[in-house]
Design a protein around this ligand. Structure first.
Ligand SMILES: Nc1ncnc2c1ncn2[C@@H]1O[C@H](COP(=O)(O)OP(=O)(O)O)[C@@H](O)[C@H]1O
Ligand SMILES: O=C(O)C[C@@H](O)[C@H](O)C(=O)COP(=O)(O)O
Length: 316
C-alpha cells in the first residue's frame, strides 16, 4: 500500500505554444495537471510510494492521464473510469510577464461525480499520509462529502492528514471557500497554505498570524508559502523562515505549490527536522518554477542532489 495517498481531480492541460492572449493562440501542448496528482508524482520522483484516488472519463484524455500518472510510478488502482461524465480539461494563458490565467472546462466532469462510496477505506487506513486540497470540495456537493469522508477515515486510523487550501476563485467565492476550508482544516495535521489563501481565510497577510490560526484549528505543523520569499514553517515549538531557492529564471509558477508540498511531505515521511523539510520544499518549489508544465518541473532525487550539492550533472 502507498505511503502517501492523494485524492482529487486531474485534467488534461492545454499549454499555449507561445505567450499572449488565449484568443489568438492556435497551438498548444497537451499536458496534465491536478493539484493532488501533482503532489503524488512529486513524492514518487523523490523516492516514496504514492497513490491517487479519482474518477476519470472513459475517454482518450482519461486514459492519457491515467497512463501518465501510472508511468510516474504512482498507484492508480483506485481510479474509477466513468462512462457517463467526461474528463475535465483546462487551458492556460501565459503573459510575457510569466503571469498565468487558467480557463476551466470541468463542470460536470468525471471527477466532480466522485462520491463517498468510491473510497476504499483500507487503502486510506494503510497509508502514512493522506494529502487533500481545497479544490475538491469546490467541485460538487458529492466531492465535498467525499473529501470529508476521506479525512474522517484517515483521522480515525491515525493517518497524518495534509491539507493545501488551494483556493480557486474561478470555482467558488472567497467567502464560500473560507467557511468550508476552515472546516477541512480541523481535520488537518499539516497545512500548506499560500499567503493569498491565508488572507482569504483569516484576513491577514502576516504568515505567523496565518500559521497561528491553523494551529488553533488543530494543525500541528503549518508551512506558509511566500512565493519568491520562500516559506515560513511554524509548529507549537518552532518558527522557521526558510528562503526561496533560486533555480534559474522563472517561467511557469503553476505547480510550484504542489512541488513545495511534495518536498515537504517527503521530509515528513523521512522524519526530517522541520528546517530540512521546509528547505527541501523550497528547493522543489523553486525548481518547478523554471520549467513549463504543472508536473514536468517536479524534481527527482538526482536533480535535487545536483542542485543542492552544486554538482553538475554529466550530460554527455
Ligand atoms: N519566484 C520564485 N522563486 C523561487 N521559488 C519560488 C518562486 N515562486 C514560488 N517559489 C517556490 O514555490 C513555493 C510555492 O509558491 P507560491 O506561489 O507561494 O505557492 P502557491 O502556488 O501554492 O500559491 C514557494 O514557497 C517557493 O518555495
Ligand atoms: O486547478 C486545478 O485543479 C489544478 C491546477 O490549477 C494545477 O495543476 C495546480 O493545482 C497547481 O497548483 P499550485 O501548485 O498551487 O500552483
Amino acid at each position: 500500500m502507498p505511503e502517501l495517498i492523494t485524492l482529487g481531480e486531474t485534467m488534461a492541460v492545454f499549454n499555449p505554444a507561445s505567450s499572449g492572449p488565449l484568443q489568438y493562440i492556435a497551438d498548444f501542448k497537451r499536458l496534465i495537471g491536478g493539484a493532488e496528482s501533482n503532489v503524488a508524482i512529486g513524492v514518487s520522483r523523490l523516492g516514496h510510494s504514492a497513490g491517487w484516488i479519482s474518477r476519470l472519463g472513459d475517454d482518450p484524455f482519461g486514459r492519457f492521464i491515467n497512463n501518465f500518472i501510472r508511468g510516474e510510478g504512482v498507484d492508480t488502482s483506485r481510479v474509477i473510469f466513468d462512462e457517463v461524465h467526461p474528463t475535465g480539461v483546462y487551458f492556460k494563458e501565459i503573459r510575457a510577464s510569466g503571469d498565468v490565467t487558467v480557463y476551466y472546462y470541468r463542470k460536470g466532469s468525471a471527477a466532480s461525480a466522485m462520491s463517498p462510496a468510491d473510497l476504499d477505506e483500507d487503502y486510506i487506513k494503510n497509508g502514512r499520509i493522506l494529502h487533500v486540497s481545497g479544490i475538491t470540495p469546490a467541485l460538487s456537493d458529492s466531492c465535498r462529502k467525499t473529501v470529508f469522508k476521506a479525512m474522517e477515515i484517515a483521522k480515525a486510523s491515525g493517518v497524518t492528514v495534509s491539507f493545501d487550501p488551494n483556493i480557486r476563485l474561478k470555482l467558488w467565492s472567497g467567502q464560500q471557500a473560507a467557511g468550508v476550508l476552515k472546516e477541512m482544516a480541523r481535520y488537518a495535521d499539516i497545512v500548506l497554505p499560500g499567503i493569498d489563501e491565508g488572507e482569504i481565510m483569516f484576513d491577514s497577510r502576516d504568515p505567523k498570524a496565518i500559521a497561528e490560526e491553523f494551529l488553533k484549528l488543530g494543525a500541528s505543523t503549518v508551512a506558509v508559502k511566500l512565493g519568491k520569499e520562500g516559506a515560513m514553517a511554524v509548529t507549537r515549538d518552532e518558527e522557521i523562515m526558510s528562503p526561496a531557492f533560486d533555480a534559474g529564471p522563472v517561467i511557469d509558477t503553476v505547480g510550484a505549490g504542489d512541488a513545495f508540498a511534495s518536498g515537504f511531505l517527503t521530509g515528513v515521511l523521512e522524519g526530517m527536522p522541520l528546517e530540512q523539510a521546509v528547505g527541501l520544499a523550497n528547493t522543489c518549489g523553486g525548481f518547478a518554477t523554471t520549467i513549463v508544465g504543472d508536473v514536468e518541473g517536479l524534481p527527482s532525487r538526482r536533480e535535487i542532489g545536483a542542485l543542492t550539492d552544486n554538482k553538475r550533472l554529466i550530460e554527455r
